[in-house]
Design a binder for this molecule. Structure first.
Ligand code: UN1
Length: 499
């Protein structure tokens, strides 16, 4: 696949693409599409320096003006949606619809951030002292480090970057070494704004291409005020203590083991469609992918019959082919992990449909798997693990209490859903004693979240929140300010002090 013309249209110079020691492969056919020169710690030091200098300038630019830059970036994304979406498909293996959806998500967060740029509101607070006023101000935080994963090579970065920029921060981005081209394209588009905005400092966006050592470097560097990392729980557990050791801030969006409870009153036609997209979409490689289905015993056979049919029919193939619903896994190691997991599921009493390798003409070296539907006798240790592949475990329940207990009895806590038309069941699921996840949905699957809400989850998912709602506050520092206009000096807490 020749990605050079596509990258050229997105503004990436071909000189960067062919000479380095880091091969970039497309999961579509496992062929090398570029060779980049990875950045060294010395490059990273320069990039961090530039980012810090950029912050010193940028924090002084009025937020609505910062928003104008993000607005123009969103417009660039609109213009380049088809090309950038295709690049995401080629590099991450997503089907075209999902590649485009990812760019749409970037556009949406830019729009959100533009609005936010005029709404970085603080509170006014009633003072206990006469002639005093209290207020909160939100100030830019500093350099925001973003570590992103292969499965959302652009959108998750954009959630962070668009907010960070309007909040007055600069961004140093370490993309997954599997998807650096998308990052270079996003950066080239951003760079092209420079001609329109004099105040856009060099260093507002720095991209570091390379492996884990660069993420470690960001975690350790005091200049990185906030480190936002998306990826596996193991990655989060490696980085977070390093950030904490220097008392830095981190935003973690780690693994999920997302479930859906299907109740007796559920609309099964709707549930079937939602389950298919959530479990098999993106070849099961979203943090929010549906991995566990907890079905009431009275409808389990009926639902399973429907699911077996759709699982048998789902089209697996080249993600650039418009008829394909399920593209490749990211690499052979992911396929081997899926195979091992299914063998273990069988060994512990699971009944497996699907999961076999699919040969795609012209893509023989790549890793295509049919999505697997696995009926399990119980929620074993294997089911509690996140396997980043299209495997859907099916469990049965009798009472809603039992279903919720099963639902919450995993280490992860990202996204969740319930299918029901019974108000008492959905309210219970959404209540304090229901789902313990950061995202809880009714009559839609756990994946495909909109940017307007805060995104993230609890427990092994890391606790961070990104994207919408008030997630922006994590990218700023809060100053609590008390102003005395009384001419006297009453002390708080009733203290009398003085001679
Ligand atoms: C991820 O899988 O890391 O909810 C992010 C979704 C997307 C984001 C997923 N909006 O599927």
């Amino acid at each position: 696949m020749d990605v050079i013309p596509l990258l050229a249209r997105l503004g990436v110079a071909s000189g960067e693409l062919e000479c380095g020691g880091l091969p970039v492969r497309s999961p579509i056919d496992a062929e090398i599409i570029a060779r980049l020169a990875p950045h060294t710690p010395a490059h990273a030091a320069v990039a961090l320096d530039r980012a810090q200098q950029a912050f010193f300038t940028w924090r002084d630019v009025p937020p609505p003006r910062r928003g104008e830059v993000v607005r123009q970036y969103g417009n660039l994304l609109r213009r380049h949606k088809a090309d950038l979406g295709e690049l995401v498909s080629i590099e991450a293996g997503k089907i075209r619809q999902e590649g485009l959806g990812e760019v749409q998500e970037m556009i949406d967060i830019c729009d959100f951030a533009v609005g936010l740029s005029r709404q970085l509101h603080g509170l006014t607070i009633a003072s206990e002292r006469p002639g005093h006023r209290m207020m909160e101000q939100w100030h830019p935080a500093g350099v925001v480090g973003v570590v992103s994963a292969f499965n959302f090579p652009a959108a998750v970065w954009a959630w962070n970057a668009a907010l960070a920029w309007v909040c007055g921060d600069s961004v140093v981005w370490k993309p997954s070494p599997r998807t650096p081209l998308t990052a270079l394209a996003c950066a080239a588009l951003f760079d092209s704004l420079r001609s329109e905005f004099d105040e856009l400092p060099q260093g507002l966006l720095e991209v570091l291409v390379g492996g884990n050592e660069l993420a470690t470097l960001l975690a350790d560097d005091r200049r990185v005020t906030v480190l936002s990392a998306t990826g596996s729980t193991a990655m989060g557990k490696a980085l977070a203590p390093r950030v904490a050791a220097r008392l830095g801030r981190s935003i973690l969006e780690l693994g999920g083991n997302n479930a859906a409870i299907v109740c007796p009153s559920a609309d099964l036609t709707l549930a079937e469609r939602a389950i298919l997209f959530a479990a098999a979409g993106t070849a099961g490689q979203r943090c929010t992918s549906l991995r566990r289905l907890i079905v009431h015993e009275s409808i389990a056979d009926a639902l399973l019959e429907r699911l077996r049919t759709v699982w048998g029919r789902v089209t697996v193939g080249n993600p650039l082919d418009p008829a394909t619903l399920v593209g490749p896994l990211i690499d052979a190691a992911a396929g081997a992990k899926m195979d091992r997991t299914l063998a273990q599921a069988r060994a512990s009493g699971g009944t497996v449909q699907g999961g076999e390798a699919v040969g795609v003409p012209g893509c023989e070296g790549a890793c295509y798997r049919r999505p697997a539907l696995v009926e399990m006798p119980e929620q074993t240790a294997l089911v509690k693990e996140e396997t980043f592949a299209p495997i859907l475990y099916v469990l049965r329940y009798r009472t809603l209490d039992e279903a919720i207990a099963l639902h919450n009895d995993v280490p992860q806590g990202l996204a969740s859903s319930i299918f029901t038309r019974d108000l008492t069941e959905s309210e219970r699921f959404l209540s304090a004693t229901g789902s313990d996840c950061g995202i809880a949905n009714v009559n839609i699957g756990p994946s495909g979240a909109e940017i307007g809400g805060a995104f993230g989850g609890e427990k092994d998912t890391g606790g961070g929140r990104e994207s919408g709602s008030d997630a922006w506050k994590a990218y700023m520092r809060r100053a609590t300010c008390t102003i005395n206009y009384s001419g006297a000096l009453p002390l708080a807490q009733g203290i009398r002090f003085g001679l």
